[in-house]
Design a binder for this molecule. Structure first.
Ligand SMILES: Cc1ncc(C[n+]2csc(CCOP(=O)(O)OP(=O)(O)O)c2C)c(N)n1
Length: 574
């Protein structure tokens, strides 16, 4: 049997696991591992400029591919810099393995240089963690870590490795396990047949049904089945922020995103429905508004892989615990088996007429721009046009994120990549890097704001090193737009610390990093400049686009109300 050191075993195990890219940053505790990286060429290490970006890049790679994203950092500050990306991945159920170096075993607990209890620090935000105690454990732990990260409800796993366990002078037998056995961990598979039958009967009897699909459909690779189900039944479908692309955004049966900034028609349809089928969605507070007033007349069917998600915030009538893919397969088979029972065509006709009226009342309407100004919504609509709806779009957090969610139509799962659960500013650019590594020929656009982009702007340097021609669409409103919007609405317009003075000249800044920058202030130049930017297929282009700083995102739920309680513009409410 081959003899390898702990450091060599780690990298070989990653290669055996099929890891293509390891996003990381070196330091003392991981130097043996970095030496092992140097001496092989299977796992490509990507040197970022900040460990936070390593985490988000691995996350973006994972979201775009469905594979596990992988990160390597040193102990202490290197490890703690990954806390935000770990929490980001945890909230959105993204499969990720983070390997942190640790001080040598004999110094653990002695406040040694760069010692942080990473297992303790990360405990509330990981699916699982492993502390390595001996080099020989490494292959087995890597196998388990990847299995746990990617199975069931996916999530981040930390492996903490003391430096002595990677010592190049101590070699052990290397054997990568082919199977993994974990006594206390069995992710659910198929759903309960009786519950599936009950759910199908309820669905077929519905008069005002809505299918509400979330990120679980994307992560569970079940978009094709969701699409088949929605089309078979002829029912309206709404997606959560995390679920965009799970059902094609340009399809007439799609009624838009729901929730706090959901479309008027999606929120109204939810509120007035009599049966809701929730698939891989978790009824979070940004969706439900006040749970006590949530969809008062609806029977709720909930498919989720995690039993803990059932009736967590909203009481569910028919729970189905299982992976969405086999559950939707079984539901479709059940519908076919009950071929003599059809949805109520007359009721459905009336329901669609009602939805069409709601759509006509608001839809994606926004106030037109003043002459010479640009609205942020226009920018996203132009992005959709210029990229023919084909781009992978990553975003940061704020108004621009909501505009990117609402005004770009995502027809494919994994096309829309954003931090929905944690809402992490600084996510967009490194996530776009991860997507570009996964799909070098794809169009990748990062829709951001001038505040968010500055949270990881140093990654422009990484983009130059690896030749990553992502396009950055900076929707520049000279302010922390979303914060300012809340201050306008709830604090009588007192803009406490939500204006950013002294912004850099972004064009010069990106040029200093070796890229192309363009400033757009004239709406008449928006299309031509954007086309010019996307035509430069081998260059990173930063479009700094000045928009109306007073714009708000609408609709917006009225706090403590029901799904149907919305502000529709600065002067209208439902
Ligand atoms: C790391 C982090 N800090 C603070 C916040 C709170 N926050 C949410 S949106 C926002 C403003 C974002 O401004 P910008 O990136 O310019 O986007 P805009 O809303 O103007 O489109 C802030 C500060 C956050 N989500 N993440």
């Amino acid at each position: 049997m081959e003899q390898l050191s702990g450091g060599e075993m780690l990298i070989r195990a990653l290669a055996d696991e099929g890891v293509e890219f390891l996003f990381g940053y070196p330091g003392g505790a991981v130097l043996h591992i970095y030496d092992a990286i140097f001496q092989q060429d299977k796992v490509k290490h990507i040197l970022v400029r900040h460990e936070q970006a390593a985490g988000h890049a691995a996350d973006g790679y994972a979201r775009a591919t469905g594979k596990v994203g992988c990160v390597l950092v040193t102990s202490g500050p290197g490890a703690t810099n990954t806390v935000t990306p770990i929490a980001t991945a945890y909230m959105d159920n993204i499969p990720m393995v983070v390997i942190s170096g640790q001080v040598p075993s004999h110094l653990v607990g002695e406040d040694a240089f760069q010692e942080t209890d990473m297992i303790g620090v990360s405990r509330p935000i990981v699916k699982h963690s492993f502390q390595i105690r001996h080099a020989s454990e490494i292959p087995g732990v890597v196998k388990k870590a990847f299995y746990i990260a990617s199975s069931g409800r996916p999530g981040p796993v930390v492996i903490d490795i003391p430096k002595d366990c990677t010592n190049p002078n101590e070699k052990f037998d290397y054997d990568y396990p082919t199977k993994v056995k974990l006594r206390s961990y069995t992710p659910p598979g198929r759903g309960h047949a009786g519950q599936i039958k009950k759910a199908v009967d309820e669905l077929l009897a519905a008069k005002r049904p809505v299918i509400y699909a979330g990120g679980g459909v994307v992560q569970g690779n079940a978009s094709h089945l969701l699409t088949e189900l929605v089309r078979t039944l002829g029912y309206p479908c709404t997606n959560t922020l995390m679920g965009l692309g799970a059902y094609p955004g340009s399809d007439p049966q799609f009624i838009g995103m729901l929730g706090m900034h959901g479309t008027y028609e999606a929120n109204m349809a939810m509120h007035h429905s009599d049966v809701i089928l929730a698939v891989g969605a978790r009824f979070d507070d940004r969706v439900t508004n006040n749970t006590a007033k949530f969809c008062p007349n609806a029977k709720i069917i909930h498919i989720d892989i995690d039993p803990a998600a059932i009736s967590k915030t909203v009481r569910v009538d028919i729970p189905i615990v299982g992976a969405v893919e086999p559950v939707l397969t079984d539901m479709l088979a059940q519908i076919k088996a009950e071929a003599e029972i059809k949805p109520d065509a007359e009721a459905l006709k009336i329901w669609w007429e009602q939805i069409t009226q709601w759509r006509a009342r608001h839809g994606l309407r926004y106030e037109p721009a003043q002459p010479g100004e640009m609205k942020p919504q226009q920018v996203v609509e132009m992005l959709y046009k210029v990229t023919n709806g084909q781009a992978y779009v990553t975003s940061d957090v704020g108004q621009h994120q909501m505009f990117a969610a609402l005004y770009y139509k995502y027809d494919r799962p994994r096309q829309w990549i954003n931090s929905g659960g944690l809402g992490t500013m600084g996510f967009g650019l490194p996530a776009a890097m991860g997507v570009k590594f996964a799909f070098p020929d794809a169009i990748v656009a990062c829709v951001t704001g001038e505040a968010s982009i500055q949270m990881n702007i140093q990654e422009l340097s990484t983009c130059l090193q690896y030749g990553l021609p992502v396009k950055i669409i900076n929707i520049n409103n000279r302010s922390l737009g979303m914060v300012k919007q809340w201050q306008d609405m709830q604090y009588e317009g007192r803009h406490s610390n939500s204006y950013m003075d002294s912004l850099p000249d972004f064009v010069k800044l990106v040029e200093a990093y070796g890229h192309v920058g363009m400033k757009i202030t004239d709406p008449d130049q928006l299309e031509s400049k954007m086309r010019e930017a996307f035509a430069m297929t081998d260059r990173l282009v930063f479009l700094d686009i000045y928009v109306d700083p007073s714009e708000h995102v609408y609709p917006m739920h009225i706090a403590k109300g029901s799904m149907r309680d919305m502000l529709l513009s600065k002067t209208e409410r439902t």
